[in-house]
Design a binder for this molecule. Structure first.
Ligand code: DAK
Length: 259
């Protein structure tokens, strides 16, 4: 059987591809299991410094949780499935490395929630995003109610979730769901450009900045500021901080060693 989630590593970028194009990359329990394992590999990798997440095929990023599989689930099975999916998506959100979603088509339900678990989202002109869950008699179950509200505000999130209205690229951009809207044939290239503009910076500083923002936005401001202060002080112990500042003084490009 083909792997339902692929990981390719090139030039410090980890490419994660949800690979079930025959079902528009719907999230079966096998996909979630494979994704979970791939994320463990990424977290442990010394080579990967940025992650790009996308879907296989031309049409779809991820068309949601696997409806055919959910159809027969008991409440207990649904609870286990959802808990596992949420652990997996949180693993993505909390990865050491920054992540970029290259949304290449439908991002519906669980697909939208997968994209929301990345740090930065790019989409092309033909994407369609939304939460169809209430049309199926359920609600977003992979943290979509929470992550979308935190991203675009509770009122706009409620409108999208309660109406189940799909959103096209330009609206997704204006709502702030995607950071950039790019031409269809340049999606991956633009995601790589973004990845490279992160890769040129000090890797430990990038990791710390991500961590402080991800954790800090959930904390009271004073605690979050303290977290930032401690992270900054720790970075003062790194060779890359010495190199970065020395390179500035010497008017040359810094060479970082992740130390
Ligand atoms: N699940 C399973 N199969 C799917 C699928 C999905 N979400 N989406 C598409 N497919 C399959 C189709 O069944 C079809 O397979 P065959 O019938 O050919 O075997 C194949 O992919 C191609 O799809 P279509 O023929 O439908 O392609 P079209 O271009 O005509 O339409 C579409 C594309 C994206 C508009 C349409 O496929 C569609 O409406 N798909 C479903 C979108 C959707 O409603 N997604 C689910 C969102 S709800 C929870 C767990 C999870 C969740 C909540 C709670 N608990 C456990 C409590 C979250 C749920 C969701 O994600």
């Amino acid at each position: 059987m083909n792997k339902t989630v692929l990981l390719e590593v090139k030039d410090k970028i980890g490419y994660i591809t949800i690979n079930r194009p025959e079902a528009l990359n719907a999230l079966s329990s096998q996909v979630l299991k494979d994704l979970n394992e791939v994320l463990d590999t990424v977290e442990a990798s010394q080579e990967i410094q940025v992650v790009i997440v996308t879907g296989a095929g031309e049409k779809s990023f991820v068309a949601g949780a696997d409806i055919k599989e959910m159809d027969t689930m008991t409440p207990t099975e649904a609870f286990e499935y959802m808990t596992y999916a949420n652990d997996t998506f949180s693993k993505l959100a909390n990865l050491r490395q920054p992540s970029i979603a290259a949304i290449n088509g439908y991002a519906l339900g669980g697909g939208m929630e997968l994209a929301l678990s990345t740090d930065i989202r790019l989409g092309h002109e033909k994407i369609l995003l939304g939460f169809p869950e209430v049309t199926l008699g359920i609600i977003p179950g992979f943290a979509g109610t929470q992550r979308m509200s935190r991203l675009i505000g509770a009122s706009k999130a409620k409108e999208l979730i309660l109406t189940a209205r799909n959103v096209k690229a330009d609206e997704a951009l204006s709502l702030g769901i995607i950071n950039h809207l790019v031409p269809v044939d340049q999606l991956l290239e633009e995601a790589e450009k973004l990845a490279k503009s992160i890769l040129k910076n000090a890797p430990l500083a990038v990791e710390k900045a991500k961590h402080v923002i991800t954790v800090g936005v959930e904390l009271p401001l004073q605690h979050a500021i303290r977290l930032e202060t401690e992270a900054e002080a720790l970075l003062f112990s790194t060779e890359d901080k010495v190199e970065g500042m020395r390179a500035f003084v010497e008017k040359r490009k810094a060479v970082f060693n992740k130390k």
